[in-house]
Design a protein around this ligand. Sequence first.
Ligand SMILES: [Zn+2]
Ligand SMILES: [Zn+2]
Length: 258
Amino acid sequence: MRIQLLPSTFDGHGHATVEQRLTCFLVDDCVTVDAGSIAIALTPDQRDKVRDIIITHPHMDHIASLPIFIDDLYPTLTEPVRVHATPEVIELLERDVFNWNVYPRFSGLQNKYGPVMEYVPIPIDRPFSVAHLSVVAVPVNHIVPTIGLVVSDGKTSVAFSSDTAETDQFWETLNNTKHLDALLIEASFPNEMAELAEVSRHFTPSTLFKDLQKLNHNGIDILAVHIKPSYRDIIIRELKALNVPKLGVMEPGKTYTW
Ligand SMILES: [Zn+2]
Ligand SMILES: [Zn+2]
């Protein structure tokens, strides 16, 4: 399985920077987990292939350019862009984003080939298919309805925490996954901002360390993501100091293969 955290900012020469401001993971060049930078960081080839988007929750950093992506493709889509989300997240997207005020309600629009956007409601704690992948979604602990995911292609499984603070069901699901290759886990705030992390339901390196004790898979690759750009250096230092084996930081723009 090939996974890339799409870049979300670019330097003066147009090169991707290491900071992550938006969340969008590209899986096998055709499915994304979240859609923060989907309209600004895909290659033309990838843009032609991605038709399945899983949305973990409706926060702006996870959906920012989703409307623009569909807008860009509008005249050329020969099949709808499928947005896979829980019914409650679909309701929030329709109410707060695709509401004719912020952007058009694409789910009700067609081009000459047919519908341009389709919602696919996803179940909780039960496998469902997205393109060639089998996915399990479980609720995590964030301030809006949010899901973590285990994504499998039959050989390889990778877990995505999305945005969360201390949680149990996610770890239980990972522990029940026979073979897990990698975990992409959030680490949003530095330890000194534990209070803000708690009210906004995010991890710090220290609370992440505590929760990692619930994970039974030893020695898998663990990559920290969703590191707030303003505190990036200190968070990375604190993560290193945890001395967790194979814990690293995911680099935007780089393709990881498991
Ligand atoms: Zn969030
Ligand atoms: Zn977020």
